[in-house]
Design a protein around this ligand. Structure first.
Ligand code: ZN
Ligand code: MN
Length: 469
């Protein structure tokens, strides 16, 4: 039994940018993230009169790959014009798909409270991203907004679920799994700003649904849904009718705000895009099948076990997300793979999670340096953990921190001297050791650690004490 309430109905529309080289209907580059505004544009993506779109085949290939992975049936598809006016959409319509979406009737399973739940996918379709509006101030109070068309025409894949999700947490799990699949298929980069945007439909106990638009993070989705549940329950309790409307999620304040009453589908006056022919995705995808190599999680896990000699458990954790798997492979190429695996899984992940950071916070090169220093005996394992923590908390590189904090492992001469001293100062412990008392050796190791301020390698210290006794 689940303890979560079941009168909650959630459906998601997930927009993800596909990582093709060029835009959906023109040759402009999609790598605009570090560019000046309005430098990745042409008459087509600016929507100038008389310009004609041409479909980017690679976008079709990527979309087909996702549709298949989401267990959809793939069909011949038709682009449509979705008519609405907004400054980020200079043509006055968005080229999208309506009837005949590329993929239909799929599903994805998620683990929810120990149960496997099937979330049906209604459709998967391709559309163009609009430009990007930047409001000066908040969306409600801005005097004006700035517009950048670099994003205009970037291929967006829209995945629409049936209203099968029953809790905000479940929605978040669904999104995590979807993201993982997209990354494995190599069609999506979750680190790019704005690469994922979610519209969440939510209703409670038969009330009208609210659509919360343009939420840009997984945490945001969960927070927006939790806020909506409270808001709608409060209205229902006071007997107030919930109207169907579009709301905006204010990430900073953690609340949703009414934007406008929800438009109906017929308001968009969809009609087939007369400038584009129907596309059959299967033969297009077939042409590129050989160029596109995809290694799915299970295949990767088996390869990790065979190639790196690591345990099934470690391989499973490492392949649970593609960035983590890639990170591990970068490190394993330079240091002992089993050391790499256990440092990534047992130490780094814990330290990152604890701080709410992701892998970007600790570059693979950093971990390579840390592990190499441990292997060369320059620092102890304990000091290595300290180095990782310091980098995460205060910045800097591992080498700088090892030097600055004098974390270098104590040389053998220094440890030997400390051992001699510890033995002289603690005759009782020496007697205990000789009479076979268990704690005596550990006590002496502890004394040596104190004298070397934790920089003595414990295994070496142990050996030196035994030798001297
Ligand atoms: Zn263009
Ligand atoms: Mn859309």
């Amino acid at each position: 039994m689940t303890t979560e309430r079941t009168d909650i109905i959630i459906g998601l529309e997930v927009h993800t940018q596909l990582t093709t080289q060029s835009k959906l209907f023109c040759g402009c580059s999609t790598r605009y993230q570090d560019s000046e505004p309005n430098t990745h544009t042409c008459p087509i993506c600016l929507g100038l009169p008389g310009s004609l779109p041409v479909v980017n085949e690679m976008a079709i290939v990527y979309a087909e790959r996702v549709a298949k992975a989401l267990n959809c049936s793939v069909q011949q598809t038709q682009f449509y014009r979705k008519n609405y006016y907004y400054p980020d959409l200079p043509k006055g319509f968005q080229i999208s798909q309506y009837d005949f979406p590329l993929g239909t009737n799929g599903y994805l399973t998620v683990d929810s409270a120990g149960q496997e739940r099937t979330i049906r996918i209604r459709r998967v379709h391709l559309e163009e991203d609009p430009g990007k509006l930047t409001y000066r101030g908040t969306i409600e109070k801005a005097q004006y907004s700035l517009i950048d068309y670099n994003r205009s025409g970037v291929p967006l894949l829209e995945v629409v679920t049936e209203p099968d999700l029953r809790a905000p947490k479940e929605a978040r799990r669904f999104l995590n799994k979807l993201r993982n699949i997209l990354e494995y298929l190599d069609v999506f980069d979750g680190n790019l700003e704005g690469s994922l945007r979610v519209d969440a439909n939510i209703s409670i106990a038969g009330g009208q649904r609210a659509e919360v638009k343009n939420i840009s993070s997984y945490k945001g989705v969960e927070k927006a849904l939790l806020f909506e549940i409270t808001r709608q329950r409060n209205l229902l309790r006071r007997g107030i009718h919930i109207t169907q409307e579009t709301r905006h999620f204010d990430e900073a304040r953690g609340i949703t705000i009414s934007l406008r009453s929800k438009e109906q589908e017929h308001d968009y006056r969809y009609f087939p895009e007369p400038d584009l022919l129907r596309v059959d995705p299967e033969p297009v995808a077939e042409q590129f099948r050989e160029q596109v190599q995809v290694e799915l999680p299970d295949t990767k896990r088996h390869r990790f076990i065979a190639q790196y000699g690591i345990s099934d458990y470690l391989a499973k954790v490492l392949t649970a997300s593609k960035p983590l798997a890639d990170y591990f492979e970068t490190v394993a190429a330079r240091v002992d793979p089993s050391a790499a695996a256990s440092w990534v899984v047992d130490v780094l992940q814990g330290e990152l999670n604890y701080r709410g950071l992701n892998l970007d916070a600790f570059r693979p090169n950093f971990l390579i340096d840390v592990i190499a220093n441990v292997n060369q005996g320059t620092i102890t394992e304990k000091a290595a953990v300290e180095v990782i923590r310091t980098v995460l908390d205060t910045g800097g590189t591992p080498c700088e921190i090892i030097d600055a904090q004098a974390l270098h492992a104590a040389p053998i001469e220094q440890i030997t001297a400390a051992v001699t001293q510890a033995i002289e100062e603690n005759p009782q412990a020496v007697d205990d050791y000789h009479s076979g008392k268990k704690g005596a050796l550990n006590f002496l190791v502890g004394q040596v650690m104190k004298k070397t301020r934790g920089r003595a390698d414990p295994t070496l210290t142990n050996r030196l004490i035994r030798e001297q006794l």
